[in-house]
Design a binder for this molecule. Sequence first.
Ligand code: SF4
Length: 317
Amino acid sequence: MNPKRPQGFTLDIPFAVPPQLDATMDIQIPALAWQSTGDGGYRRTLHPGDRPITIEVHQSEQGLLFTADGQHPNLPDLLRRMFPTQVADLQLGADPRLRALRRRYRGVVVMWAPPFEALVLTVLSQNRTGEIVRRVYPHLDAACHGLTPQRLADLDPDTLRTVIRSAGPYKADRLSQLAKLVAADGIDSFNTRIVDAPAAQALSYLETLPGVAHKTAACVLVFSARTSATLPVDVHLFRVAGRLGLADHDGRLTTTSRDAVINALLAHGPDTALAHFLFLLVGRTTCTAADPTCGSCFLRGRCRHAATASLSRKATP
Ligand code: SF4
């Protein structure tokens, strides 16, 4: 083992398919709490007890190797919970486009995050890149001495604004307000509202919180409650699903077209919600907004847009 890695705790979690760690950590909301170590691994701080513990994760031969600079009896279960399942295990139906997505990203681990952490990460990611959230989150966690609703609610407003500045200082007020609301309710009650309540009820509750609309609420439900009842629709998923022909729309992302895309995707299988971020991975690589590179896309043989573009090229004299 690299001597620079944290010493004191080691856990190797095996997976059926060799994990694709970089793709796992690319775009999922829970991954934004982890930072690159620069040697193929990722690092974050966890607070399973009173003291912070620095964790690193790297790929191992069989799965994911976690090392940490401290131990806690709950740490192994917490890490297994954060990296619970792979794309290969998802039920995505028989559609050849979804099967191709599952095959391509089969080693990606579909991550989990506690509901309040998922909520804060998602608010930070609104109108900001994942890279910015990765830079901000550790400072926010450190300023809180471990993120909890009460500690975030107690944070001095100027400190909070400074710590999250690059993710949008205007979000300080809404984060503070929602932390106060959740703290007043109690974290156990909040978790129950998200994880145990019917999805429609949980969605409605989340949408009452400051700064939380459907996309943010759906992110929390998908990653923390593993819902199969809704999914977050952003411009990338909207574009890729439309180009593939998995959902029909006129290119305008409205509430009506968003709900139509959600219904069309969920009709394919119970885990399509969990798989929503695969569309974002395609959208970040080949299926960019301005210039899709269909010639190098693994989906080109099954894609409506690629087929139409090819036909119009042939028709052009
Ligand atoms: S084939 Fe082209 S349009 Fe279709 S998903 Fe790939 S890049 Fe996008």
